[in-house]
Design a protein around this ligand. Structure first.
Ligand code: D5M
Ligand code: FE
Ligand code: ZN
Length: 528
C-alpha cells in the first residue's frame, strides 16, 4: 500500500483537509489496509471536524478489519472495551500523572527514551501545554530608523547590561573619572566604543557610557590581555584599575562581563517530555533534503518519539529569494509564497499534536534587521496547518517551565570572524554561543553582518538567563553547557550549497537534537 508510513498518512489527510492526532496516525499506519482505514476514518469523522482523533481512527481500523474477515458489515463497533484507557479524559494539569496506556506503547525500547512511562502518552487536550513567550518584538516595533532611535536603543542596552555589572564594581561615570586625581582606584562600566593597539603593543579599550567616553589601557603581558581578543564593539563590560598620573587613562587590572552566574540552576520540566530543536530548513532550495525531512517526520510518529511534544524551529524555514548573490541559480522554487506553501506541506508531515514554535531567520520573508518580527498574516495563513506559535527573532519561549531563548544566529558569523579560532569557530558553534551568553546579548556588534533595527528598547539583550539557548544559521551542529545553560546550534536540512563549497563550509544536515526537558540531556538523531 502506498500509505504505510505515518508521514504519507499525514500528507493524505492534509490533502483532505484534516489535521490528525498522533495516535490516530499511528493507528492508521498500523492497519493491515491503511488506505481503506484512512477512508473509513475520514468517513467516521463528523463533517465539520478539522482534526481526526484516535477514536475516529480506531473505529475505522476495526471496521476495516471486520469487513475483511466477515464480509461487508458497516456496523460500527464500540471499541471502548478493547482500549479502555485511551479515551479517558484527563484533567488539564501539568503533572502528567494520568495513568494512560496507549495500545501501541509497548513496542518501543530505545535507549534514549529511558523514562518513557505511563505519563508520556499525551494529546493536546490531555495536558495543559501553556507556552509563554517573552521578549518578542512582533507587533511592538516602534522604531522609525531615526537617529533618536539609535540613541534610545543603546541607552537601553547600557541600562540593562550595566545593571548586571553594578553590584560587582564600584563604578564612576566617564565624566566623573575625567575629574578624578591621578593615581586613584577607579572602576567604569561602558559599551566598548573602540579597541586599538598602542604603539608598544598594549590595548586601548575605549568605554562609553551616558556621560562620555574614557580610554582604558590593558597591558599586553597581563593575563587579562587574552580577554581583549573576545571583545566586540558595542558590548557592555566593566573594568577596574588605576588612573594614570596625568588622569588621562585607566590602567586596567580586571575586566568583567555581564555573564551568567557559574552557579546558575536551570529549571526543568516535572515530567518526561522532550523538544526537538531544529532550524534552517531552506525549503525551496535545490539542496533542501526532502528525504531526510520525511525520515524525521516519520520518526516523530514512532513510539521512540512519543515524548517529543514540542518542535522548535529557529529560522530559515525557506530558502527565500535574493538573499545572497547568485542564489537564484540554486532555487528549486522561485516564488517566495510557493516556498512557504511547500514548507507548510512538509510541516504537515509531523504529528498534528506537536506544539510548534517558530522564529524567522535571514532567509525568511520578514525584515532582515534584528529584532525581526514574526511572520505576517499572509504567511501565518499559509503555515496555519498545525497552528504553530509564530514569534519574532529573538524570543524566549517557556515550555513546561523551561525557558528556551531562540535566536536565529546571524551574529554567530560575526563572533566567529572576530574571535580567535580556539574561542569560536564553525566547527564548535556552541562556543560562539557561549560568548553571546557571557555578553548577555545575542548580537552585540552593530554593523558588519548585523543589521540592527533601532527600537525604544534593546530586545537583543539577554535579560534573564535562559535554561536552554537555541540558535541555527551557521548550519553546523554543536552543543554543550555554559554555566549550566544548555546551548544548541541545530544544524540544517540543506546540503552544501555552491557558496558553502567555495568557502569550505561543510554543513551538518539532517540532524535533530532532542532535548529532555526534565533533565536537559540532549540526544542527537540523524536522518540523513
Ligand atoms: O547561512 C549559512 C551559513 O553560511 C552562515 O554561516 C552564513 C554563510 N553563508 C551562506 N551563504 C553565504 C553568502 N553568499 N555569503 C556569505 N555568507 C554566506 P544561511 O544564511 O543560514 O544560509
Ligand atoms: Fe540558514
Ligand atoms: Zn540563516
Amino acid at each position: 500500500m502506498p500509505l504505510e508510513t505515518p508521514a504519507r498518512i499525514v500528507r493524505e489527510l492534509a490533502q483532505r483537509g484534516y489535521n490528525a492526532e498522533r495516535e490516530a496516525v499511528t493507528l492508521l499506519a498500523g492497519a493491515d489496509d491503511s488506505a481503506a482505514a484512512l477512508d473509513a476514518a475520514v468517513e467516521a469523522a463528523p463533517d465539520d471536524a478539522l482534526r481526526l482523533t484516535a477514536d475516529h481512527a480506531r473505529t475505522a481500523v476495526e471496521r476495516v478489519a471486520t469487513a475483511a474477515t466477515d464480509g461487508p458489515s458497516p456496523t460500527p463497533t464500540d471499541t471502548a472495551d478493547q482500549h479502555p484507557s485511551v479515551s479517558t479524559p484527563s484533567s488539564p494539569s501539568n503533572s502528567g500523572n494520568q495513568a494512560k496506556n496507549a495500545p501501541l506503547e509497548t513496542k518501543g525500547n530505545a535507549a534514549e527514551t529511558q523514562a518513557v512511562g505511563a505519563d508520556s502518552d499525551t494529546t493536546a487536550e490531555a495536558v495543559d501545554r501553556a507556552i509563554d513567550i517573552a521578549g518578542d518584538i512582533t507587533g511592538r516595533s516602534t522604531g522609525t530608523g531615526e537617529y533618536g532611535d539609535f540613541v534610545s536603543v543603546f541607552r537601553d542596552r547600557y541600562e540593562k547590561l550595566s545593571g548586571k555589572l553594578r553590584g560587582r564594581v564600584n563604578h564612576r561615570p566617564a565624566s566623573a573619572v575625567a575629574d578624578m586625581t591621578g593615581g586613584s582606584d577607579v572602576a567604569m562600566i561602558g559599551l566598548v566604543n573602540d579597541v586599538r593597539s598602542s604603539a608598544n603593543g598594549h590595548w586601548i579599550v575605549e568605554l562609553e557610557d551616558t556621560t562620555g567616553t574614557f580610554p582604558c589601557l590593558v597591558t599586553k603581558d597581563r593575563d587579562i590581555a587574552g580577554l581583549v581578543d573576545e571583545l566586540l564593539l558595542d558590548e557592555c563590560i566593566a573594568i577596574e584599575g588605576t588612573l594614570s598620573d596625568d588622569a588621562g587613562i585607566v590602567f586596567v587590572d580586571s575586566l568583567h562581563f555581564p555573564d551568567v552566574p557559574r552557579t546558575y540552576k536551570p529549571s526543568t520540566a516535572d515530567r518526561h517530555v522532550q523538544a526537538a530543536l531544529i532550524s534552517d530548513v531552506h525549503v525551496g532550495s535545490q539542496e533542501f533534503m526532502a528525504d531526510a525531512w520525511h525520515r524525521f517526520a516519520d520518526w516523530l510518529h514512532t513510539d521512540e518519539a512519543e515524548a517529543v511534544e514540542y518542535l522548535l524551529i529557529a529560522g530559515d524555514m525557506v530558502e527565500g529569494v535574493g538573499v545572497y548573490p547568485d542564489q537564484d541559480e540554486e532555487l528549486d522554487i522561485v516564488d517566495i509564497y510557493d516556498q512557504y506553501d511547500r514548507f507548510s506541506e512538509y510541516l504537515k508531515e509531523v504529528p498534528g499534536d506537536l506544539d510548534i514554535v517558530m522564529i524567522p531567520g535571514n532567509h525568511d520573508a520578514v525584515r532582515l534587521a534584528e529584532p525581526q518580527p514574526g511572520f505576517d498574516e499572509e504567511l501565518r495563513d499559509i503555515m496555519s496547518a498545525h497552528d504553530p506559535r509564530i514569534v519574532g527573532n529573538p524570543a524566549t519561549v517557556t515550555v513546561e517551565g523551561v525557558s528556551i531563548l531562540m535566536y536565529h544566529g546571524v551574529s554567530l558569523d560575526e563572533v566567529i570572524a572576530e574571535l580567535p579560532e580556539d574561542k569560536a569557530s564553525y566547527d564548535d558553534p556552541h562556543h560562539a554561543m557561549y560568548h553571546l551568553l557571557k555578553k548577555r546579548h545575542v548580537a552585540p556588534k552593530y554593523g558588519g553582518h548585523m543589521r540592527l533595527a533601532p527600537e525604544e528598547e534593546d530586545y537583543l539583550v539577554i535579560e534573564d538567563v535562559p535554561d536552554v539557548f537555541h540558535t541555527g544559521h551557521v548550519h553546523k551542529l554543536g552543543y554543550g553547557k555554559y554555566h549550566n545553560v544548555l546551548s544548541v546550534n541545530s544544524g540544517c536540512w540543506q546540503a552544501q550549497t555552491a557558496f558553502q563549497k567555495s568557502v569550505n563550509i561543510d554543513p551538518d544536515a539532517g540532524f535533530a537534537p532532542i532535548v529532555d526537558l526534565d533533565t536537559l540531556d540532549l540526544t542527537v538523531r540523524k536522518f540523513a
